[in-house]
Each structure stands twice: as C-alpha cells, then as structure tokens.
Design a protein around this ligand. Sequence first.
Ligand code: APR
Length: 250
Amino acid sequence: MKTGTPAELAELLKQAVAPVALTGAGISVESGIPSFRGPHGLWTRYDPMEYAHIQAFLTNPAKVWKLLRELDDTITRARPNPAHVALARLEEMGRLRGIITQNVDNLHQEAGSRNVIEFHGNARQFVCLGCGRAFDPQTLDFTQVPLYCSCQGLIKPDIVFFGEEIPPAANRAAFELAEACDLMLVIGTSAAVMPANYLPYTAKKHGASIVEINLETTDLTRRLTDYYFDAPASQVLSETVALLTGKGIG
Ligand code: APR
C-alpha cells in the first residue's frame, strides 16, 4: 500500500476502463450525517442490536422509531457535499461506471449520480412488512409512529436492518460491478459489515486496483489497498476532478 496523491488518482481514473466507487457513511459526514462507528458514531449512542435489528423493530417498533426519527431529521436536512458532487461529475465525464453505496441518505442521487446501487436500501422510501405496499413519505404522519398499513402490517423505512438480507437485485448488481471493474474507489467505510465488505475483495480478485479514501486505516488498508488517501473525501475527490477537468486546484 502506498499513500496516494490526487495527481496519481487522476491518472488512475484516466487509465481505468471500468472504475467504480464503493461508499460508506464517511462520505456523508461532511453533509452533517454522523457515521456509525468511531468517536462520535451513532453506535456509540444506540446499541445497533436494540435499535437497528429487524427483530428489535418487530418486537418494539416504538423504541426503534426513536433512532429512525433522528436519522430522518438528519437526512432531511442534509445536502450533497463536494465528495458526492465530484463522483457525479466523474460519472458525467465517463470516468466512473457507477457507485455501490452502503448509505441510505439518497445524497449520491441528489448530487446527480445516476448509476447508484443502494446496497442497504433508501431511508426516503417506506414499505409495509405485511403486504409489501410502498408508501410516499409525504403521505405518512411521523408524529404517529409506529406506522401501520391498512392491512395492519408494520410500515418500515426501506432500509436493510441487521438480520435482513441485502435486496437480491442490488446484491447481484453490486457484485457484477465489482467483478467487472479494474479500479475500485473505496470511500468513507470502515469495511466492518458483511457482505458489503466482500466487494473490495471481489474487485481485487478480478484484477482491480483498490484506492481507499478514509481518515483512518481499516482491515482493507493492511490487506488489499494499493493507494491509501488519509484525507477527507471531499478534499481528495474535488482536487482529483479539478485536475481531470484542467481547472487546476484552488
Ligand atoms: N472522509 C473519508 N472518510 C471518512 C470521513 C471523511 N470526511 N469521515 C469519516 N470517515 C470514515 C471513518 O474513518 C470510518 O472509517 O468513514 C468510515 C465510516 O465507517 P462506519 O461509521 O462504520 O460506516 P460504514 O462503513 O458505512 O458502515 C457500514 O454498517 O451499521 C451499518 O448499515 C450500516 O451501512 C452501514 C454499515
């Protein structure tokens, strides 16, 4: 593993035939959405097994909605930051095939990215666990949580709780992208959660170079990262896009 520079990342993106990005909560921290792990992470305030496991939601939905309401307020207020915008720009320039995101905040789409695989779902969509009916959040009264469907089923944000499977279509699309890519940008993830953290290994096994952008080292850094950037995602990605578009830095 070597410490990379934006100039090297720009060159890697120029040479790559099928670059993809895998993003985690760290890319949205600069939009005001707390990460899960680390000193101020959400899991330092909420036990994920009590607040983010499907069994917890089924047995005590009112308690889990306490976390969901906090998440919803934070996500509603959040806007894409320069890191999200830079990835959308790369896709526009034909320098990024797509993004596999573990985030549920919709910020990649709001930044203009089109090929976004939501590995853990989307917190802005709601579904009935009984009949599968989808609900527009505008039609739901969040002052009356827990929410129930007319079929008496429990309504849940369409996000993957611990203990739930990854949506099969997203899982398939993500691993296909990881197998086909020759460069994977792994941005703002502790790589602590399966099966998302298998994706960089899949990419590497199929010959891809791994670039990791994170403020801390992870298991990936030691095992398979080729270029490590110890800097905020918005800074690294904005500088790289500036070099690719010839706009210079600053
Ligand atoms: N730029 C780059 N990396 C950052 C930044 C930043 N500005 N800020 C934080 N990070 C890094 C942290 O160092 C950390 O390694 O982002 C990572 C966030 O890690 P987690 O909080 O574990 O988030 P994530 O990896 O996305 O978690 C995966 O776990 O709880 C589940 O479903 C949840 O999707 C989530 C999954």
